[in-house]
Design a protein around this ligand. Structure first.
Ligand code: HEC
Length: 79
């Protein structure tokens, strides 16, 4: 969920995802919805970002997490 304690930007997240992730993943990287928390989603994203050696900072990852959350996952808590 978006809240004032994080400045994630879903517009940036969407751009980043489309640039770097969609070539391997569908629009939703976890179609079976096996991920049940922001924390886990974030970990998986760091996994792919690390594997691909992308020059993403923490904000980029947060933006992408937020984008995917708003679009698909709808987790209740940002953790
Ligand atoms: C070169 C292909 C490739 C690219 C590009 C890629 N991924 Fe992945 N990703 C994978 C593979 C393969 C897996 C499954 C293996 C694993 O879980 O480590 C995976 C797993 C995931 C998962 C977990 C899915 C699940 O249901 O467990 C997420 C979330 C994810 N990637 C997000 C991203 C994001 C965000 C990006 C953009 C930075 C990205 N991926 C870029 C290949 C890729």
């Amino acid at each position: 969920m978006f809240n004032s304690s994080n400045a994630a930007n879903i517009v940036d997240g969407e751009i980043l995802y489309k640039e770097s992730c969609i070539e391997c993943h569908e629009a939703n990287p976890s179609e079976e919805m096996l991920i049940f928390s922001i924390k886990k989603l974030k970990k998986k994203i760091y996994g792919c970002v690390g594997q691909l050696d992308l020059p993403w900072n923490e904000q980029d990852v947060d933006d992408t997490v937020e984008y995917l959350d708003v679009k698909f996952f709808h987790f209740d808590e940002w953790q």
